[in-house]
Write a protein that binds this ligand. Structure first.
Ligand code: ZN
Length: 110
């Protein structure tokens, strides 16, 4: 890997990928440095709207009205989640590019 120069101390001998540094941190240090953590995707958020969509599909057979409301509601919910997820994906991509200076404890982009 090419060495990157820290914008604070202007040295490159102690800079590393933030992701690599994060992996070496013990859990108690991670808890004390939430600003260094990788943005989480919160996968469980998909469960509720997908469940509503599935329930709506099942209800379409017997209770057409209720089923339609369920499918429409679940669909709208999923679409609104997509924007948030795309934003999180961008933040994660940026996090992977970030560098860390062990000397200054400073996070910066190359
Ligand atoms: Zn530095």
């Amino acid at each position: 890997m090419r060495m990157h120069i820290c914008p604070v101390c202007e040295r490159s001998d102690r800079t590393t990928r933030l992701s690599a540094y994060w992996r070496t941190l013990p859990p108690e240090r991670r808890a004390g440095a939430p600003h260094l953590a990788r943005p989480s995707l919160d996968d469980e958020r998909w469960a509720a709207p997908l469940g509503l969509l599935t329930l709506g599909c099942a209800l379409l057979v017997s209770e057409a009205w209720l089923g339609f409301v369920g499918v429409a509601g679940g669909g709208v919910w999923l679409v609104s989640l997509r924007a948030t997820v795309a934003q999180t994906a961008r933040r994660r991509a940026e996090w992977r590019r970030k560098l860390f200076c062990r000397r200054c404890e400073r996070v910066f982009l190359p």
